[in-house]
Design a protein around this ligand. Structure first.
Ligand SMILES: C[S@@+](CC[C@H](N)C(=O)[O-])C[C@H]1O[C@@H](n2cnc3c(N)ncnc32)[C@H](O)[C@@H]1O
Length: 289
């Protein structure tokens, strides 16, 4: 199944078996490496948004649990619920949360106003209708509860030196393939408006940076290396020559003792308005609390 056809099936652009080189096991390793690289900076932001005071934390699109396990360690006293639409991926998160639930983030089997903090990390960029997810998040959040969306914006991914303008077309091809499958690699710039129109109060943006001053350059391979481009060759979105060009530039970069990279990520957060009364919701009646 191609990314576009699977995206059409589940309404999004994420296909774990075709996201990076090495199929599903390559993707499990990529997600783990990505969490290892930036979770400390992300947690700092989440703490500033009040995650430490949340009794119930809901992670939507938890996947195999790379972040779930880190949240568990950071928040030992919180009830942690991890949700994902993909049962095969979520099975890898066994033991990481108090509850694992296979569900679409746009149709959660959770009662109204039942959680204090919701995290969506690198999920909404893949979802064809993010507004439906945010409406559902607002339903399950307690008044005053917080949603935090950590994601990317291709327009300000970071800086690197040396940089390789000849790879601009390659990266544009990757963004176009994701958009064709219903995703958006520049979703961050739309999030404040999406949150406000879903009914949230006070959207705020918190950037975080990860650099090779703090991590080995090699640790940036999941983001900058050629493996991420391999499925695009298989799907016909990229030529072998472009893949070879990207592989050569990455090799030059990671062996350059003076190479510099700063990767930017963003968390956009907002609050569920206070004073919302209980709402009747037929879909969630009888759902586990
Ligand atoms: C790029 S992975 C990120 C996984 C995890 N959040 C992390 O940062 O390691 C995107 C995840 O979102 C999940 N996902 C995509 N659409 C979803 C939906 N509509 N409802 C729930 N999960 C979804 C995918 O199955 C996948 O596990």
């Amino acid at each position: 199944m191609t990314a576009a056809s699977r995206g059409a099936a589940i309404g999004g652009s994420y296909d774990p078996a075709h996201t990076t080189g090495g199929g599903l096991s390559g993707e499990l390793a990529r997600l783990e490496a990505q969490a290892e690289l930036s979770f400390a900076e992300e947690l700092h932001v989440l703490r500033g948004l009040g995650i430490d005071t949340a009794a119930t934390v809901l992670e939507l699109g938890a996947g195999p649990g790379a972040v779930t396990r880190r949240l568990r360690a950071a928040l030992p006293g919180a009830e942690l619920i991890a949700v994902d639409i993909d049962p095969e991926l979520l099975a890898h998160a066994e033991g990481a949360a108090d509850r694992l639930i296979v569900a679409d983030a746009a149709a959660l089997p959770l009662p109204d106003h039942s959680v204090d903090f919701v995290l969506l990390r690198y999920v909404l960029q893949h979802v064809a209708r993010p507004e439906q997810v945010l409406t559902e998040v607002l339903r399950v959040l307690r008044p005053g509860g917080v949603v935090a969306v950590t994601d990317v914006d291709d327009g300000c991914w970071g800086t690197a030196h040396p940089s390789y303008p000849e790879l601009a077309g390659v990266h544009a091809r990757m963004a176009a393939a994701q958009a064709a499958a219903g995703g958006d690699r520049s979703i961050v710039r739309r999030l404040p408006a999406l949150l406000a129109s879903a009914g949230f109060d006070r959207p705020v943006l918190r950037p975080f940076a990860t650099t090779n001053a703090d991590h080995p350059t090699e640790a940036f391979a999941p983001h900058l290396g050629p493996q991420r481009l391999e499925p695009l060759v298989a799907s016909g979105d990229l030529g072998l020559r472009e893949l070879a060009l990207a592989a050569d530039r990455w090799k030059r970069f990671r062996t350059d003792p003076l190479a510099w990279v700063m990767l930017l990520g963003f968390t956009v957060a907002a609050t569920a308005p206070a004073g919302r009364g209980p709402r009747k919701n037929h879909r969630t009646e009888g759902a586990p609390s």
